[in-house]
Structure formats: structure tokens, C-alpha cells
Design a protein around this ligand. Structure first.
Ligand SMILES: NC(=O)c1ccc[n+]([C@@H]2O[C@H](COP(=O)([O-])OP(=O)(O)OC[C@H]3O[C@@H](n4cnc5c(N)ncnc54)[C@H](OP(=O)(O)O)[C@@H]3O)[C@@H](O)[C@H]2O)c1
Length: 289
């Protein structure tokens, strides 16, 4: 560990903090410093990335948040592959019809990205499905249907982002590529009425943190987006006070440009701050949803 002196000096304090964190997490200081250096390099590369306006792959792009994000990226000059089962896409984006709950659908999307013939600068794992599943109501007759619906949720919300990460990493711009995983506030505290959805989002949040560390040496950034309540088909009928999908997309792009690791638009930022000081309060609120 480097000895640091001069507690009044800002650089000294930052170094002391790095050393303290390295000791706390049992990380060699050289590793900590190299991760910081890599992140700084990624920040510089973002300027180039934005000017180059590269290829973006957005899943769940036919409706809701994914569609708004795809439209905003097209407006910024990106070439966008907009994936969904229907293949519907906003003007200027190229629709790719694929069922991402299946291996064949995921392979088709990776192939579409490969065929685009240029590096992928941005992968947004956004497609998601939320089911209200009541395991207490499971009977021998109802159990298979509950199991099937749960398996579909896991396949789309968790398996698809994991498999697409594996499929797209070899195609990504290095350095400078970014993977965005759209999680949820329920990743931190589950919503009991949507138990499998909550579990998949917690899994995706955990996977995001692991990938951030694994992919940093390749110069790839991995970002978590935590939406608040956003007015889309998924929240139809319970979207009073919800953020609009367009405003959500604008905040995501601003967060990416600012180099944030976690982007929490609208009220989500407040909830995450509250969660740091009073997690029991947030947990109680989520449980009541
Ligand atoms: N809305 C919210 O308040 C909120 C809050 C927290 C987190 N989120 C997360 O944000 C993401 C987007 O949510 P949203 O509200 O925009 O959802 P949405 O309006 O229901 O849109 C879902 C998108 O996913 C696509 N999709 C569904 N099943 C698919 C499949 N098997 N294969 C490929 N694409 C599929 C749909 O298109 P097709 O039907 O054409 O396939 C659609 O484009 C999700 O991950 C969700 O969990 C949303």
C-alpha cells in the first residue's frame, strides 16, 4: 500500500480513501489504480464515441421505454437496431423481429448486429416482462402454468441480458462500448406480488456489478438504469404520477453522457438516496405495492 501523508491535501485524501477501500475489499492497490485509470480512459473515449455516433442495439424497442430510447438515439444520429417480437421500430431505427425469451431469438439479434458490419457501441438490455404470480394459490392443476409464466419471465428478464452480453461482447467497440442494463427499484427490495420479476431484477443488478469489473479491462462500461414508475403498457392503469417514456429516455442519455454508473431518473434517485439512510422504510413501501 502507498503511504499517504498530508490529510489536508485533496489528492492525499483521495489516495488514502483508495488505499482504505483496497484494504477493506482485499484488493491489491495496483488493481484499484488500474481500474480507476481504465474508467478515466473510458470517460475520454466517450467523447469520441458520441461524435462517432455508432451502432446501438436496444431490446424491447417496439413500445414504452425502449421505443423512446431508440427514437432519442436516432435523433442523436445513432444507427439503431430495435429488437422486439413484433419488430416494430420508431422511424429511423431498423426493427429486428426476435423472441428474446428463446435462444434462437437471441442468436438472431446477435447475427443482425454482426451483419451491420460495424462495432456495437451501445447495447441496451431493456426488454422485460412483469407477471403477478401468486404461489399461495398454486394447486396441482395451477402449478404448471405458474411455473411456465415464471420461466418465461426469467428467460426474458435475466437469461436474455446475460446471453446477449456474451454474444455482443466480441462485437463491441473496445474501448468505448457501453452495456446498459435496465433493472428496477424492486431489485433492492422485492415487490411480493411480483416475486419472480423482483428476483430477476435483483439478479440483473448483481450481474451488472460483476460485468462492470470483468469488462473494465476491455474498456467496456456497464451501466445500471433504475427507472421510477414510467407510463407504459407495463404500468397501464397504475401510472398516476408516472414519468413519461420520453422524459425517461432523455434522462438516460444525459446520464450516459455524464458517465454515470447508475442512472436513476425522476423519483428513482430520491428513492435510492432514501434507501441509503432508511432501507426499512423503502422496503415497507415496496412490500405494500
Ligand atoms: N415502466 C415502468 O414503470 C418500469 C419500472 C421499472 C423497470 N422497468 C423496466 O423497464 C423495461 C421496459 O419496460 P416498459 O415499461 O417499457 O415495458 P413495455 O412497455 O411492456 O414494453 C416491453 C417491450 O419488450 C418487448 N418484449 C416483450 N416480450 C419480448 C420478448 N419475448 N422478446 C423480445 N421483446 C419482447 C415488447 O415488444 P413486443 O411485444 O413487440 O415483443 C416491448 O417492446 C423493462 O425491463 C421493465 O422491467 C419499467
Amino acid at each position: 500500500m502507498t503511504e499517504t501523508t498530508g490529510g489536508n491535501d485533496r489528492n492525499g485524501r483521495a489516495l488514502a480513501r483508495t488505499g482504505y477501500l483496497a484494504r477493506l475489499f482485499n484488493i491489491g492497490e495496483a488493481e484499484t489504480v488500474s481500474l480507476t485509470t481504465i474508467e478515466r480512459r473510458c470517460r475520454m473515449d466517450r467523447t469520441t464515441e458520441r461524435k462517432a455516433t455508432g451502432l446501438a442495439v436496444v431490446t424491447g424497442a417496439s413500445r414504452g421505454i425502449g421505443r423512446a430510447l431508440s427514437a432519442a438515439l436516432v435523433a442523436e444520429g445513432w444507427q439503431v437496431l430495435a429488437a422486439s417480437r413484433s419488430g416494430a421500430a420508431p422511424e429511423g431505427a431498423q426493427g429486428v423481429a426476435c423472441d428474446l425469451a428463446t435462444g434462437a431469438g437471441r442468436a438472431a439479434l446477435v447475427e443482425a448486429a454482426r451483419s451491420a458490419g460495424r462495432p456495437v457501441h451501445l447495447l441496451v438490455n431493456n426488454a422485460g416482462l412483469q407477471e403477478a404470480l401468486d404461489f399461495a394459490a398454486a394447486t396441482p392443476e395451477a402449478a404448471p402454468a405458474i411455473g411456465d409464466r415464471a420461466a418465461m419471465e426469467v428467460a426474458l428478464n435475466l437469461t436474455a441480458p446475460v446471453a446477449l452480453t456474451a454474444g455482443m461482447v466480441p462485437l463491441m467497440a473496445r474501448p468505448g462500448g457501453t452495456i446498459v442494463n435496465v433493472t428496477s427499484l424492486v431489485a433492492r427490495h422485492p415487490k411480493p406480488s411480483a416475486p419472480v420479476y423482483s428476483a430477476t431484477k435483483a439478479g440483473l443488478a448483481s450481474f451488472t456489478r460483476s460485468m462492470r469489473r470483468q469488462l473494465a479491462p476491455l474498456g467496456l462500461r456497464v451501466v445500471e438504469v433504475v427507472p421510477p414508475l414510467v407510463a407504459t403498457d407495463m404500468t397501464a392503469g397504475r401510472d398516476a404520477g408516472a414519468l413519461g417514456a420520453g422524459a425517461m429516455a432523455a434522462e438516460v442519455l444525459a446520464g450516459l453522457a455524464a458517465g454515470r454508473r447508475t442512472i436513476a431518473p425522476g423519483k428513482a434517485a430520491l428513492v435510492l438516496r432514501l434507501d441509503r439512510v432508511a432501507p426499512w422504510l423503502v422496503a415497507r413501501k415496496m412490500a405494500a405495492m
